[in-house]
Design a protein around this ligand. Structure first.
Ligand code: NVA
Length: 367
């Protein structure tokens, strides 16, 4: 028996079930997350570093229990409607398997009162070309989050995709630094995760063909970025985006490539764009529409920047983010407005709740 040892994407073959190089090539198949079975995560150093302080009381009181039901159900209704919208446009949509995240679990070294959710596959699955990488998440509550996708990923693998998981982290206490810099971690290099082992969330990476951009965050450390860079095929380069974000977790509401030559930027989180993008048109996102009294459990109000491109010109934008929609319209994009504010409560928008499986296009350099 021989085994196909592809060392790099073979562009002479028809694209397999998994093939995606950018954030904007025409979307053909996508995983959309679900809030079903979701649980409140436990409050710990890694969680505290990234979520609003107002969440502390709920997370401490209700760790491992279901989220407030009305909020979770409203979010799920929006996710189902979004999945239906994508299907109506001819995009193949798959959903994670049902998982009860309220079940407690242990490793030999620590235990957790429950998990989190299967709502944000982007956080977990880094898809580059024909390869799916499972991330070594730094939040203990997310340790087994990939299980919800195991059957799906096995199917993609059976049909020809490459599938790997980063080394399982230990997540002992020394993976975290309770004395992390809560004001300027980017200046001092003092983050909630140390460098004792690689950790990363897939959503701290964004893809522009042969060039990927990543940020050091409270959940993604330098070793994690190095691990990804060394495991990609030699055609790829990973650039680090230097942020000015006090709560860095996921690059996709800070530094958002929309199309070749077009980058949407969160001016409060990123000051300098890597020089490799000097020729790109970089525009700053307007103020978000989310009112101050709207309860966001897990993110800042700028999460509406977390848009999803269906192609180089078509962008899915939260229906109430009208300033952002107007700005993108004036930049030449076709706006597809979808209500999603209830999902935004849980830390992400259209980009976070999806993982691209297939976009029509080939590997190329756009920088
Ligand atoms: N952690 C980011 C959201 C990323 C989608 C924020 O709070 O803005």
């Amino acid at each position: 028996m021989t085994v196909d040892r592809r060392s790099r994407p073979d562009t002479t073959r028809p694209a397999g079930p998994v093939s995606t190089y950018t954030e904007w090539d025409p979307l053909e198949e996508v995983i959309v997350g679900t809030m079903r079975g979701a649980a409140v995560p436990q409050w710990d150093v890694a969680v505290e570093s990234c979520v609003p302080a107002s969440a502390r009381e709920l997370f401490t009181r209700s760790a491992g229990q279901p989220w407030p039901r009305a909020h979770a159900e409203a979010a799920e209704a929006e996710l189902d409607a979004f999945a239906g919208f994508l299907t109506s446009r001819g995009i193949v949509v798959t959903r994670p398997d049902p998982v009860d995240h309220t079940r407690s679990f242990s490793t030999p070294r620590w235990s957790s009162p429950g998990g989190l959710y299967s709502a944000m596959p982007r956080d977990l699955l880094l898809v580059v070309g024909d390869m799916i990488i499972e991330s070594p998440m730094a939040w203990r509550s997310r340790y087994f989050e990939a299980d919800a996708y195991h059957r799906l990923l096995t199917d993609y693998f059976r049909r020809g995709a490459r599938w790997i998981a980063a080394p399982r982290p230990l997540l002992d206490d020394d993976t975290f630094d309770a004395g992390f810099d809560r004001e300027t971690p980017f200046a001092t290099g003092s983050y909630a995760t140390t460098e004792v082992e690689p950790t990363f969330d897939a959503a701290d990476f964004t893809r522009c063909g042969t060039d990927l951009f990543a940020q050091r965050s409270h959940v993604t450390n330098r070793l994690g970025i190095e691990w990804v860079a060394r495991h990609l095929d030699p055609e790829y380069t990973v650039h680090i985006v230097e942020t000015i974000d006090p709560y860095p977790m996921h690059i996709d509401a800070s530094f958002v490539p929309l199309a070749p030559g077009k980058l949407l930027l969160n001016r409060n989180k990123v000051k300098d764009v890597p020089s490799v993008l000097d020729a790109w048109d970089v525009r700053v996102a307007p103020e978000p529409a989310v009112p101050d009294d709207f309860e966001l459990y897990m993110s800042s109000p700028t999460v509406g920047m977390n848009v999803l491109m269906l192609s180089e010109t078509q962008v899915v934008v939260e229906a109430q983010e009208t300033a952002l929609a107007d700005m993108l319209d004036g930049w030449g994009f076709d706006i597809l407005p979808i209500p999603f504010r209830n999902v935004m409560r849980f830390g992400g928008c259209f980009h976070c709740v999806t993982a691209d499986v297939r976009r029509r296009g080939e590997l190329r350099s756009v920088v």
